[in-house]
Design a protein around this ligand. Structure first.
Ligand code: HEM
Length: 181
């Protein structure tokens, strides 16, 4: 399915590959960390062999059985693409803005990216009663399309509830932001 730039959506580790490995896979395969990018990349051919093995597949039948063929194809395409993954980005000099909206709280920032075809967003890592955790992530295009550098807006909006603090991890480190009352 072509994306908004007319290109096919290419699989990305954090979005499409890492979630294919379940908690039970991770537990039983503790000697090969299936949630670690570098480990999976280093063992990619062996993993591809096991998930596409028709006679003794991984995951095993007693633990849910093998992946659908489409998942194997996505894993193969991810390998062929060179193991695409997200990067952390940084906000521009204005930093993060956290403000009240009509019915909630909005966190936003502008992110400088080097060319066309980039995406950036605030990914939610976890939501607690008083704290929300984010990562500011950037997805580079697979093939550098060039073009002028540009700024992208990232934002998230949520019901205020009892949230007091926002933690954002970005390329510059960890930031604690107070939620206005
Ligand atoms: C380098 C590739 C891999 C090798 C060599 C490998 C090998 C093994 C071995 C030797 C075991 C223990 C023996 C067994 O219970 O069958 C095992 C268990 C298991 N593996 Fe893998 N595995 C690989 C990749 C994977 C992947 C990619 C997944 C998930 C997508 C996975 C999921 C599991 C699960 C769920 C078990 C527990 C099986 C059970 O208790 O029946 N493995 N694997």
């Amino acid at each position: 399915m072509p994306n908004e730039n007319g290109n096919h959506r290419e699989p990305v580790w954090e979005l499409h590959i890492r979630p294919m490995f379940r908690l039970i896979d991770h537990e039983h395969m503790s000697w090969l960390d299936l949630w670690d990018y570098d480990t999976v990349w280093a063992k990619r051919e062996a993993i591809l062999g096991r998930v596409s093995d028709k006679s003794a597949p991984m995951p095993s039948y007693p633990t849910g059985g093998p992946w659908p063929d489409e998942w194997v194809s996505i894993f193969r395409r991810w390998i062929d693409n060179g193991g695409h993954k997200l990067d952390l980005g940084s906000p521009d000099s204005a930093g993060y803005e956290v403000k009240k909206t009509f019915d909630g709280i909005r966190i936003s920032a502008w992110v400088q990216v080097p060319g066309e075809g980039y995406r950036a967003w605030l990914d939610i890592e976890s939501v607690g009663a008083t704290t929300r955790h984010y990562s500011l992530v950037v997805e580079a295009p697979l093939d550098d399309p060039g073009g002028p550098s540009t700024e992208l807006e990232v934002r998230d909006e949520f019901k205020a509830g009892s949230v007091e603090k926002l933690i954002v991890v970005d390329a510059d480190g960890r930031h604690e932001l107070d939620v206005p009352t």
